[in-house]
Design a protein around this ligand. Structure first.
Ligand SMILES: Nc1ncnc2c1ncn2[C@@H]1O[C@H](COP(=O)(O)OP(=O)(O)O)[C@@H](O)[C@H]1O
Ligand SMILES: [Mg+2]
Length: 293
C-alpha cells in the first residue's frame, strides 16, 4: 500500500526509503534486511547467469525462474551445465555475472537455507565413513537446529522422512551397506527432514533401481501435493513425467527451451545426447558433490 501511495505522489526512490523509515520498522524494513521475503516471491529467479569453471564459460547467460508450487525439470545433455546451474543456486559455484534471488532476496543477503532442501548429484565414490542411515538423515535437520542436541521435533522429522522413503527399517544400518537406490532414498530423506519449501534434486533417478524409482516418485508426489516447489535435474523425464509442470533445456550453458515438457522426452530426444564434452572427463567432476563423506 505504502509503495502505491508514494508512486501516486510521484516521489523518487530515495523518498520512498525515507517513507519506509517514517513508517517505523515495519515488514517493509525487515524485507529490506532480507529477514522476511515477499511471501509471493518466486523461490528461484536466475537472470543472465554466467559462471566459469576451470577457465571455461560453463553457464553463458541463463534465465531460470521457478515459481511457487511449480515442478520444473532441468534437462540437457551431459556437460550442458545443469549441475553447475543448481550448484550456483545453492551457493556452491559463484556466478561471474547475472542475478540470483531466492524467495525474493538477493542471493548475497539470503540466509534462510532451511527453506531449501538440496540433493546433489550422486557420485560413485564410496565412502568409508560408517555413518548410519539415521545419522545421515539427521544431518538434514542441522539448518533447523539452534544449539544443543536434537529435540523431539527434530527426531520426529527424521523419522517421518525415513518413513516417507521407506527406509525406517534400515535406520541403524551403515549407509555403506545400501544399494544405489536405497542410498539415494536416504539422501532424499535427508533433504526432506529439513521440511523445505523448495526441493532441488540433481538427477535423483540416476543409478536407481525400479523399486526405488517408484518410491521416489511417490515421495515427490506427496511433497508436491503438500505445496512444495521442486527443481529437478533429469536426464530423462521417465516416471516423474506426470509431475512436471515445465521443462527448461540447457545446451552448452544456454537455455534452448523453456516451456511444456517435451513430449516423450527420453535421453535420446535431447539435443546433443551422445555428445560427450571433451572436458567432461569423470575426474574433472568436482568431488564436493560426493555425499556421506
Ligand atoms: N569444477 C569444475 N572445473 C572445471 N570444469 C567443470 C567443473 N565442474 C563442471 N565442469 C565442466 O562444466 C561443464 C558443465 O558441467 P555440469 O554442470 O556438471 O554439466 P551437467 O550437469 O549438465 O552434466 C562440463 O563441461 C564440465 O566438465
Ligand atoms: Mg550433472
Amino acid at each position: 500500500m505504502k509503495a502505491e501511495e508514494t508512486r501516486e505522489s510521484g516521489v523518487t526512490g530515495e523518498s520512498r526509503v525515507a517513507g519506509k523509515s517514517v513508517a517505523g520498522e515495519s515488514g517493509a524494513a525487515r524485507e529490506e534486511s532480507g529477514v522476511a521475503g515477499d511471501p509471493a516471491a518466486d523461490p528461484i529467479s536466475l537472470r543472465g547467469a554466467t559462471a566459469t569453471l576451470g577457465g571455461r564459460p560453463v553457464l553463458r547467460g541463463i534465465d531460470l525462474t521457478v515459481r511457487r508450487g511449480e515442478v520444473v525439470a532441468l534437462l540437457g545433455a551431459n556437460g550442458s551445465g545443469k549441475s553447475t546451474a543448481v550448484r550456483s543456486i545453492v551457493g556452491q559455484v559463484p556466478l561471474s555475472g547475472g542475478e540470483l534471488t531466492l524467495f525474493g532476496t538477493p542471493r548475497r543477503r539470503f540466509r534462510d537455507w532451511a527453506r531449501i532442501g538440496y540433493v546433489p548429484q550422486r557420485t560413485t565414490a564410496a565412502s568409508g565413513v560408517p555413518a548410519t542411515v539415521r545419522e545421515v538423515v539427521s544431518a538434514g535437520r542441522l539448518a533447523r537446529r539452534r544449539f544443543g542436541p536434537p529435540r523431539k521435533a527434530d527426531r520426529a522429522a527424521v523419522q517421518r522422512a525415513l518413513e516417507l522413503v521407506g527406509m525406517a527399517d534400515r535406520a541403524r544400518d551403515p549407509v555403506s551397506a545400501l544399494s544405489g537406490g536405497q542410498h539415494q532414498r536416504v539422501l532424499i530423506a535427508r533433504a526432506l527432514a529439513g521440511e523445505p519449501e523448495l526441493l532441488i534434486m540433481d538427477e535423483p533417478m540416476a543409478g536407481v533401481d525400479l523399486t526405488s524409482q517408484e518410491i521416489l516418485a511417490g515421495t515427490l508426489r506427496e511433497q508436491v501435493a503438500g505445496g512444495a516447489t521442486v527443481l529437478l535435474v533429469l536426464h530423462e523425464l521417465g516416471p516423474l513425467e506426470p509431475l512436471i509442470d515445465r521443462a527448461v533445456v540447457l545446451r552448452d550453458g544456454c537455455v534452448v527451451h523453456d516451456g511444456p515438457p517435451p513430449k516423450a522426452v527420453g535421453q535420446h530426444a535431447l539435443p546433443g545426447h551422445d555428445h560427450v564434452h571433451p572436458h567432461a572427463a569423470p575426474d574433472a567432476e568436482p568431488i564436493r558433490t560426493g555425499l556421506l563423506t
